[in-house]
Design a protein around this ligand. Structure first.
Ligand code: GAF
Length: 384
C-alpha cells in the first residue's frame, strides 16, 4: 500500500493538474470456505487481504466524470452525468466506474462532476476480487467527495448492483461486503441473507498463503451465471426463494426429482453451508485437523459436484495439501475456472510449501505460479 499512495498522488496531479481532494482504499479478498453459497442466501468465511485498490478524486465545475486508470496504461474515460450512461464496449474497467455512478444516482445520491484516478495492487483476474475492491473504493470516494454518509454495507450493495445490473455478472454479495467490512487479523463469517457479520480469529499458528494458478480464465461470467441459474432452478423446484431454506434431509429424500446436474449443484451448496459453520467451530477450538478435512471436502465438492475447478488448480491443491497434511487446509478460492488456491498452513511449513509449489507446479502444468503471503486486513477506508 505504501508505494501506491505516492503513485496515485503523482499520477493524479500530472494528469489533472491539481491535487486530489480525497483518496480511498479498498482491499481484495480471499475466501477461506463457503463457495457459491452467497447468492443462495447462505454462509461464507472470507477475509480481506493486504492488496488494495486506491481511488483519488476531486470535484469538477461541470457534470462530467473523467477517469484515469493508471494500471491500464494510463487509459482514460469520460462521460456526462446528465445523459444516459452507456456500457463501454472496449474498456472493461470503465464499466465499473460507470456502473457505480448509475447505481449511486439510482439511489438518489447527488453526484456532480469529478476527476478520478485509479491504481492498485490486487492481482487482476486472479479471483481475488479486484473488481469488488474497485467498486467499493469508488463508491466510498464519491461518498466522501459529495458529502454523503453511506454505511459500509450499502457501499457493498452499490458495488454488487453495479456488477449485476451494469457489468452483467450475477455475483453475490460476498466480495463487495468483505472489501467494505474486512477486519484486521480476522476472517469474517457472513450470513448472506441478513448480511450479519461475525469476526472469526484464525489460530496464530497458521499462515495465510495464496497461490495464483495463472490459469487463463475463460467463460467465467457465463459459467458463473449458469451455476447461479441451476441453484435458482433447484430452489424453485422445492417452492423456495433460495437454497438456504432447503434442508439436507429434505433434499436427500427428494434428490431424484431434480435433473442430475442440478442435484449435484444443490448438494454442494447445502453441504458447503454446513462446512462454513463447522470451520468456524474448528478454528475457534484450534482443531486444525478438522479445518484441514473441511477445506479438503470443500475443494472436492467444487471439483466433483459444482464442477468449477480446473486440472491445474487441482494439481496446485494436491501439491500444497501434500505439504500441509493434517496441519493446514487447502482449497480453491473464489468463483472458479482458474484463479487462486488458499492455504491455511502451519507457519513452519510455509518454506517447504513454497519450495514444493515452485519445483512441482510448472512441471505438472507448464504454468508458473505466483505466491502471496498475506494477513487478514481491514475493509475500505478514507486515506485522506
Ligand atoms: C465470485 C462472486 F463474485 C461471489 O459473489 C461469490 O459467488 C464467489 O464467486 C463464489 O463463492 O467471487
Amino acid at each position: 500500500m505504501s508505494e501506491l499512495l505516492p503513485a496515485i498522488e503523482l499520477g493524479f496531479r500530472e494528469h489533472f493538474g491539481s491535487k486530489a481532494v480525497h483518496i480511498t482504499r479498498a482491499p481484495g479478498r480471499v475466501n477461506l470456505i463457503g463457495e457459491h453459497t452467497d447468492y443462495n442466501d447462505g454462509f461464507v468465511l472470507p477475509c480481506a487481504v493486504e492488496y488494495h485498490t486506491l481511488v483519488a478524486i476531486s470535484p469538477r465545475d461541470d457534470r462530467e466524470v473523467h477517469t484515469l486508470a493508471l494500471d491500464w496504461d494510463g487509459q482514460t474515460d469520460s462521460f456526462s452525468l446528465d445523459s444516459s450512461i452507456a456500457f463501454h464496449e472496449t474498456q472493461m474497467w470503465s464499466n465499473y466506474v460507470r456502473g457505480v455512478c448509475v447505481e449511486m444516482l439510482a439511489r438518489g445520491h447527488q453526484l456532480s462532476g469529478c476527476n478520478i484516478a485509479i491504481t492498485g495492487n490486487v492481482p487482476q483476474g486472479a479471483g481475488l476480487s479486484s473488481s469488488a475492491a474497485l467498486e467499493v473504493a469508488l463508491a466510498s470516494a464519491m461518498a466522501a467527495q459529495f458529502g454523503v454518509e453511506i454505511a459500509p454495507v450499502d457501499l457493498a450493495l452499490i458495488g454488487q448492483a453495479a456488477e449485476n445490473n451494469f457489468v452483467g455478472c450475477a455475483c453475490g454479495i460476498m466480495d463487495q461486503l468483505i472489501s467494505a467490512t474486512g477486519r484486521e487479523h480476522f476472517a469474517v463469517a457472513i450470513d448472506c441473507r441478513d448480511l450479519s457479520l461475525t469476526p472469526q480469529a484464525i489460530p496464530s499458528s497458521l499462515a495465510l498463503m495464496i497461490v495464483n494458478s495463472n490459469v487463463q480464465r475463460g467463460l467465467v461470467d457465463s459459467e458463473y451465471n449458469t451455476r447461479r441459474q441451476q441453484c435458482e432452478a433447484a430452489a424453485a423446484h422445492f417452492g423456495l426463494s433460495s437454497l438456504r431454506d432447503l434442508t439436507l434431509a429434505e433434499f436427500n429424500k427428494r434428490e431424484q426429482e431434480l435433473d442430475p446436474v442440478v442435484a449435484k449443484r444443490t448438494r454442494h451448496v447445502l453441504e458447503e453451508n454446513q462446512r462454513v459453520h463447522d470451520t468456524q467451530i474448528a478454528l475457534a477450538s484450534n482443531d486444525i485437523a478438522a479445518v484441514s478435512a473441511l477445506m479438503k471436502a470443500s475443494h472436492n465438492s467444487m471439483r466433483d459436484l459444482f464442477e468449477i475447478t480446473t486440472p491445474q488448480i487441482d494439481s496446485l491443491v494436491g501439491i500444497l495439501a501434500g505439504v500441509a497434511g493434517e496441519h493446514g487446509g487447502v482449497r480453491m478460492t473464489g468463483g472458479g475456472f482458474g484463479g487462486c488456491v488458499v492455504a491455511l498452513l502451519a507457519k513452519e511449513r510455509v518454506a517447504t510449501a513454497i519450495e514444493a509449489v515452485e519445483s512441482q507446479y510448472h512441471v505438472q502444468t507448464g504454468l508458473d505460479p505466483t505466491i502471496y503471503l498475506t494477513r487478514p486486513s481491514a475493509g475500505v477506508s478514507l486515506v485522506r
